[in-house]
Design a protein around this ligand. Structure first.
Ligand code: NAD
Length: 478
């Protein structure tokens, strides 16, 4: 019998129906049993967070710093162990799993510092003799709902600022990947976080997530996931007039111009499209390539993809792990079929693969001769599938790049300062990359998108304060 990993509500570990966490690299392997929370558990968690907020909002910044610092240090110390757990749980490679774990630690350490840098402003009033003081206060009970594709980094980049700025938390991780969030909560608790300040409820979105959405006691809700669920979060939040923040899907373009360094173009697009099995919101799935370099680029990228080893996430030498589960694999295969039916040419890949153990292995797929209006170029696949679109010139490439309801990340590969600068200014995306993959961001600067990809204030860095605090303007006549 493996030990049951319980929910954490009001300072107590609370059991529930045991759900096995399955390794997508080897579906015979159970990583652990995790307790499924009920709707009542979620309601109790929200009540506990509301009760704890009464005192936590006044907690000292040294205390918050020390808890966040201790947590970041412990995650860093245990990066190999937690990174391996992450890779076994989600299927990204061990290097990616450890890298993401280090990132989570860095985020906690960054917000440990931010706790000490809280400040406000004192400004003169337009009315003589009056002082005006502008301060930031915590929002209250914050609901955090996270997706499966970054099992530790996304929970970290929501939990750390929430606590730093004096809020209390109810977190529901994606049901596919509870282990990493469970580990963060366990570490926070052992590093002195008082009862009720964080509450963990693992389970189904339609039950536990929905209970969080519907509660008027949740004062702010930060969500990362699909557009469909994001819309539900928005509607429910407006119904109770709460602050909310959404980070959702993408259909991120990379423009490759005739003057690009071919090696940079191939490495950055192979990384953007296929690493982490293409399961990144910032993955680039539309490669918009101008005429003069098109054929050379397709040939070189195809050769590069052929070298990528798809295998067990924790095996040495693996470049691409499995798809996360059967339903995501079905979705990837469905889009591959649609792309072929609509006239895309499959230059490479797209086959199911068998490996030593049963897992959701899929060969990366590259389509060529696609057009902007094909389904494959309009909808997010969220798998190792990319397509090439020909463009006459830079102007047409930019126009195609912006022709999407999404706007998270966008890249250009060029040696021209003129085109790089023009793209930086005119790309309708929240994040622009020049000669770099569209995925891969820093943790001390804002993260987020435009149009259908994001709603509300940015996450991460100092900009996180916009969401996790509320501003008070006080007028005093001494
Ligand atoms: P999802 O929308 O299915 O689930 C996200 C979370 O919402 C999960 O915890 C889920 O259980 C919960 N949920 C589902 N139904 C709910 C409901 N009715 N009420 C409340 N919660 C509910 O998304 P996913 O499949 O886990 O993640 C993949 C998506 O996330 C992709 O579209 C990807 O682009 C996006 N994503 C975006 C970013 C970003 O920062 N923009 C980052 C990572 C992933």
């Amino acid at each position: 019998m493996t030990e049951l990993h319980k929910n954490y509500i009001g300072g107590e570990w609370v059991g529930g129906e045991a759900v096995p966490n399955i390794n997508p690299s080897n579906t015979n392997e159970v990583i652990g049993e995790f307790a499924r929370a009920t709707r009542d558990d979620a309601i109790r968690a929200i009540d506990a967070a509301a009760e704890a907020f009464k005192s936590w909002q006044h907690s000292g910044i040294q205390q918050r710093h020390d808890i966040l610092k201790g947590t970041g240090d412990e995650i860093l110390r245990r990066k190999e162990e937690i990174g391996r757990l992450l890779s076994r749980e989600e299927g990204k490679t061990l290097a990616e799993g450890i890298g993401e774990t280090v990132r989570a630690a860095q985020i906690f350490l960054f917000f440990a510092g931010e706790a000490l840098r809280l400040s406000g402003e004192v400004v003169p009033s337009v009315r003589p003799g009056i002082d005006v003081q502008i301060t930031r206060e915590p929002v209250g009970v914050v609901g955090l709902i996270t997706p499966w594709n970054f099992p530790i980094a996304i929970p970290a980049w929501k939990i750390a600022p929430a606590i730093c700025y004096g809020n209390t938390v109810v977190i529901k991780p994606a049901d596919l990947v509870p282990a990493c969030t469970w580990t963060i909560v366990d570490i926070l608790v052992r590093n002195g976080l008082p009862a009720g300040v964080i509450n963990l409820v693992m389970g189904k979105g339609s039950v536990v997530g929905q209970a969080i959405l519907e509660s008027p006691k949740v004062n702010a809700l930060s969500f990362t996931g699909s557009v469909g669920t994001g819309k539900k979060v928005a509607e429910a939040s407006i119904a109770v007039m709460r602050k909310f923040q959404l980070e959702m899907g993408g259909k991120n373009p990379t423009v490759v111009l005739d003057d690009a360094d071919l090696k940079v173009a191939v490495e950055s697009t192979a990384n953007s499209a296929f690493f982490s099995t293409g399961q990144r919101c910032t993955a680039s799935s539309r490669l918009i390539v101008t005429e003069g370099i098109h054929d050379r680029f397709v040939e070189a990228l195809t050769a590069r993809i052929k070298e990528l080893v798809v295998d067990d996430a924790v095996k040495a030498g693996t470049h691409i792990g499995p798809v996360v589960d059967q339903s995501q694999l079905d979705q990837d295969e469905r889009y591959i079929k649609i792309a072929r039916e609509e006239g895309g040419k499959l230059a490479f890949g797209g086959e199911r693969l068998n490996r030593e153990n049963p897992g959701f292995y899929l060969q990366p797929a590259l389509f060529t001769e696609t057009t902007r209006d094909m389904t494959i170029n309009k909808e997010e696949v969220f798998g190792p599938v990319a397509s090439v679109i020909r463009a006459k010139n830079y102007e047409e490439a930019l126009e195609i790049a912006n022709d999407t309801p999404f706007g998270l990340s966008a890249g250009i590969v060029t040696t021209s300062l003129k085109y790089a600068s023009h793209f930086r200014r005119n790309s309708q995306a929240g994040m622009v990359m020049v000669n770099l993959p569209t995925a891969g961001v820093d943790y001390h600067v804002p993260f987020g998108g435009r149009k259908g990809s994001s709603y509300g204030p940015r996450e991460q860095g100092r900009y996180a304060a916009e969401f996790f605090t509320t501003v008070k303007t006080a007028y005093t006549q001494p």
